[in-house]
Design a protein around this ligand. Structure first.
Ligand code: ADP
Length: 401
């Protein structure tokens, strides 16, 4: 039986999903959390049960070794070579990677070389890839880039209005992220609409801890809210999203705790967004509890969060010159009825109307009224299946070599 692993390494986590291919059957999935920190944990889920244990995990290489141990321990595989493919989510592919690629040593070096575009993620992605190359040298190893789907953006959208030199010599431009998710939900939306993707204009809202909005015309990304790095765009769990860059030198000059531009960027990446404004948590569920208890900072953080979502979605109605559908996905987009309601009601002028009885927890599919000019859909994202499918494509190609 052919088995494929889809791997998503974060800075301190490694999520995995084991598939039976080509059936796309999920055999098991899991996550290693708090890698490199105290009280690291492994969770393995299969047959409706979750098995969690606390275990020291120093780095991603060790997480990969432990993952293989877990698969054997839980009889999910008998031997390593049953895994014939491993697909890795890589956050930044720069201008070099416009689609998924077979991993070679050169590709691995190139992924490391563009780490400045995703300093939290690319080194972790590369560490995961390297560990698997050593452990499963015969498996087909594929890198799937978060930025690839956005390489169809026109220059007018992806260039920053600064001197050309900085694009030509330093590759400073908008790259976007969450591409696999935006691509997946836009394809799924076309199935719901029962129309060819090529005929649809869609706005996709991936709202999780990280969040980005995309404008998709005929299946191609033509604009997206994240920028040079995933710090751009809407407000997020711990990220500020869009800011006036003059705040950076101002803070360095005025706050003795912030000494370098990197200190400020770290502040914007890790201590800002919902966490920074609410002073409660970066997690939407915690925020909403505090908001409902009347906590002023939590109320403000929630209002700012919805405000930024509305502004970006409204922008993309302009970019697309109208849209057929707005798609909500990821942790908050899929589960948070109130965020969806507040965003859509605040944009009713664009021809969207929510159907309250459909806008409930756990809903999948349309949540707008039959007369709503723009359809509003909730579609659970599945980045892992796209990764597994891309591995499958390369397995077929390499079989002919
Ligand atoms: P990421 O993959 O970027 O870490 P997720 O897509 O898992 O993030 O989304 C995490 C966010 O989703 C958190 O803010 C969490 O509070 C929120 N979330 C998850 N479930 C719910 C829910 N039932 N109601 C509201 N928010 C939720």
């Amino acid at each position: 039986m052919e088995k494929t692993l889809a791997i998503n390494s974060g800075s301190s986590s490694l999520k995995w999903q084991l598939y039976e291919m080509p059936e796309e059957k999920v055999i098991a999935k899991g996550i290693f959390e708090r890698i490199g920190l105290e009280r690291s944990m492994s969770t393995v889920k299969f047959d409706g049960e979750a098995h969690t244990r606390e275990i020291d995990i120093i780095d991603h290489r060790q997480a990969v070794l432990l993952l293989m141990d877990e698969l054997i321990h839980f009889h999910l595989i008998k031997e390593f070579r049953e895994i014939t493919g491993v697909g890795h989510r890589v956050v930044a592919g720069g201008e070099r990677f416009k689609e998924s690629v077979l991993v070679t040593q050169t590709v691995l070096e190139e992924i490391k070389a563009i780490s400045n575009l995703a300093p939290l993620h690319n080194p972790a992605n590369a560490a995961g890839i390297e560990a698997f190359l050593k452990l499963l040298p015969d498996a087909v190893s594929v890198a799937v880039f978060d930025t690839a789907f956005h390489t169809t953006m026109p220059q007018a959208a992806y260039r920053y209005p600064i001197p050309n030199k900085y694009y030509n010599e330093f590759s400073v431009r908008k790259y976007g992220a969450h591409g696999t998710s935006h691509m997946y939900v836009s394809r799924e939306a076309a199935q719901y609409f029962d129309k060819p993707l090529e005929s649809l204009k869609l706005i996709t809202a991936h709202i999780g801890n990280g969040a980005s909005i995309s404008a998709i015309d005929g299946g191609k990304s033509i604009d997206t809210s994240m920028g040079f790095t995933p710090l751009g765009g809407v407000m997020m769990g711990t990220r500020s999203g869009e800011m006036d860059p003059s705040v950076i030198p101002f803070l360095i000059e005025n706050d003795p705790e912030l000494k370098t531009a990197q200190d400020v960027i770290d502040l914007f990446n890790h201590q800002s967004g919902i966490k920074g404004v609410s002073e409660v948590s970066s997690d939407m569920r915690d925020l909403e509890i505090a908001r409902d208890q009347g906590d002023k900072n939590a109320i403000l953080a929630y209002e700012m969060f919805v405000d930024r979502l509305k502004k970006y979605i409204a922008q993309y109605f302009g970019v697309l010159n109208g849209a057929d559908g707005l798609i909500f996905t990821a942790g908050i987009g899929e589960n948070d009825r109130k965020v969806r309601e507040d965003v859509v009601n605040g944009l009713s002028w664009f021809g969207m109307e929510i159907l309250p009885e459909r806008n409930v927890r756990g809903v999948v599919g349309e949540i707008s009224t039959p007369t709503s000019r723009v359809k509003v859909l909730v579609i659970p994202t599945d980045e892992e299946v796209i990764i597994a499918r891309d591995v499958e494509k390369f397995k077929k190609k390499t079989a002919f070599l």
